[in-house]
Design a protein around this ligand. Structure first.
Ligand SMILES: C[S@@+](CC[C@H](N)C(=O)[O-])C[C@H]1O[C@@H](n2cnc3c(N)ncnc32)[C@H](O)[C@@H]1O
Length: 317
């Protein structure tokens, strides 16, 4: 049997994906072939006229079949770019979405304006996208404490791989239910928690963990609990950003106003113009009596620096 060239193989794969109803057949075929070949796009294009080995063609067409059945490209390649950084992903974690990148930008701006060494916790961290991107953006000289927490140990194992690759020793990881484990005072909370109602399920979400997607009858159950915890834990000048479903605009604003009556509360749109981010700013940083000196401020009952059974470190080492 004659070997196909890269160009012919891509044409065949694109056609298969197009007939399967995939929205971006050529792009997906290219990304899958780049992953199998271990090449970037320039390398792929250079190899267009060259024949592909039967072994590579076989592995590629197997991935194309799985994609044709609906498996997300990110799970097939094991990678997803977020905030310009390549993260490892597995079916244990939600695939990070572009709209979540705003949490990083907003959080970095909040942390930079503080004169002390702040403490920030990313709740429901998944693969660690938000907290690790934040560590990257703030840079190695930034002296605060960044923590990612999640209820799912398998998700935290992925976060740990990403942390060790991308921000070693700069992000702590904790396994726990929202902030129930946390003691001390926080400067900033970021959260992209599950916010869908069960009736919002659709085929495109079938491969992602339901624990990362759905949150009670109205989709706001986890945020309702988190906001109550935040009211206990945030410093008087602390702040918080939550990614929400656009349909939760009013319920989110009302829940936040009831708990933080004096705060500056906003619901901001994403790039598509959809109400997507609940932001809460409690006050201004006057560097006054609340001033702290680094890590000890947010030490949970089971300390972040002394991992117990509730940390990824404890579970996986
Ligand atoms: C929508 S995913 C977001 C993941 C990541 N922040 C991102 O943006 O890519 C929500 C995450 O919240 C976690 N989660 C669900 N319930 C939780 C709870 N009660 N406490 C902590 N994390 C929870 C899930 O395991 C999942 O990793």
């Amino acid at each position: 049997m004659d070997r196909l060239t890269t160009r012919e193989l891509l044409q065949q794969a694109s056609e298969r994906l197009r007939t399967a109803g995939i929205e971006t057949p050529r792009l997906d075929a290219e990304v899958l072939l780049m992953a199998v070949l271990g090449q970037d796009r320039a390398g792929l294009y250079r190899s267009l006229p060259e024949p592909v080995s039967l072994e590579v063609a076989g592995r590629f067409l197997e991935l194309v079949e799985r994609r044709a059945r609906g498996e997300p490209v990110a799970y097939l390649t094991g990678r997803r770019e977020f905030y310009g950084i390549e993260f490892l992903v597995t079916p244990a974690v939600l695939i990070p979405r572009p709209e979540t990148e705003f949490l990083v930008t907003w959080a970095a701006a909040q942390l930079r304006r503080l004169s002390r060494r702040p403490v920030c916790i990313d709740v429901g961290t998944g693969c660690g996208a938000v907290v690790i991107a934040l560590a990257h953006t703030l840079g190695p000289a930034w002296g605060g404490l960044l923590v990612g927490c999640d209820i799912s140990l398998p998700a935290l194992q992925v976060a740990r791989m990403n942390r060790d690759r991308l921000a070693p020793r700069r992000v702590e990881l904790v396994c726990g239910d929202l902030l129930a484990w946390c003691r001390g005072r926080l400067d900033l909370i970021t959260a992209n928690l599950p916010y869908l109602r069960p009736d919002q399920a659709h085929a495109g979400l079938a491969y992602e963990p339901s624990q990362a997607l759905y949150a009670g009858e109205d989709g706001f159950a986890l945020y309702r609990r988190l906001l109550r915890q935040a009211a206990e834990l945030l410093r008087p000048d602390g702040s918080m950003i939550c990614e929400i479903d656009p349909g939760q605009r009013e319920v989110a604003r009302e829940a936040a106003q009831a708990l933080f009556p004096a705060a500056n509360i906003q619901v901001l749109p994403d790039l598509a113009g959809l109400d997507r981010y609940l932001t809460i700013e409690l006050g201004s940083d006057d560097g006054g009596p609340e001033r702290i000196e680094g890590k000890s401020a947010a030490r949970p009952a089971r300390g972040l620096d002394t991992p117990g059974p509730h940390t990824t470190e404890g579970a996986t080492r």
